[in-house]
Write a protein that binds this ligand. Sequence first.
Ligand code: SER
Length: 310
Amino acid sequence: MRKILVTGAQGQIGSELVPALRQRHGAEAVVATFHRKRPESDEGLVEHLDSTDTRQLGDLLDRHGIGTIYHLAAMLSATGEADPQAAWDVNMGSLYAVLEAARARDCALFFPSSIGAFGPGTPLDDTPQDTLQRPNTIYGVSKVSGELLCDYYAHRFGLDARGLRYPGLISYVTPPGGGTTDYAVEIFYHALRDGRYTCFLAADTRLDMMYMPDATRAAIALMEADPATLTHRNAFNVTAMNVTPAELADAIRVHIPNFTIAYDVDPVRQAIAESWPNSMDDSEARAQWGWAPKYDLAGMVADMLEKLGG
Ligand code: SER
């Protein structure tokens, strides 16, 4: 089997996807790449990579005999708004380099898109698979451009590019960095440590969410799906739950009865959240490749608190 390369391997998704892939295919089948800081301990193959560097990327793909790339390196929505030029350079520069390197070597590619690819004008309830996408963040612009570019490479060059539109991802291994949905991770650390949390989104801000074990399972399942069953290739809506900060706090109070939540709304992230779906329709993912989440709100909260609480 040709090996798998993961960019952004130390990020929120990568730090759990890499072990899942190694468990499935063997430690030596997966090359985890890092950009800034070499991981202190890593059992498998680890390489430095600036994923905007086409030459370095090509060398790595050739040296390890890579057949599949999970391209996870990206800047998130709130960080992106603080430095839009850098967000474009990182998100699109790296995707273009990865697409070109993959095209030249006939690699399969996984590209994570996001609820951020939607925006004002998109139907926010039961957001359809195919609908209006006019995001107004640089993150969203890079994601919708990425979806289009991956589809273009698939149609124009026959590249096996596939992808998901992830909702907010909740996890306990590596915190997200600079996203609008980060509150749904922070809240657990504060609940366990302080018994209270001040949320930067308003109490009734509804967003789709997913627990990381479901998110990594979805990526692997899509990449292993029979292409004959896929009508879409990129940007499948996937979700597991939709929740407001107040509802998440209620679910935490089932386990920590004295937990309290307060609100100090950040207008930038609030505006971003309000432009994103309240609930996505993921029926195409369910029909085309059998997507089904394992964790609902109660199941996710119980597992998060158990894992973080030790
Ligand atoms: N979690 C991401 C963010 O908030 C959305 O994909 O930016």
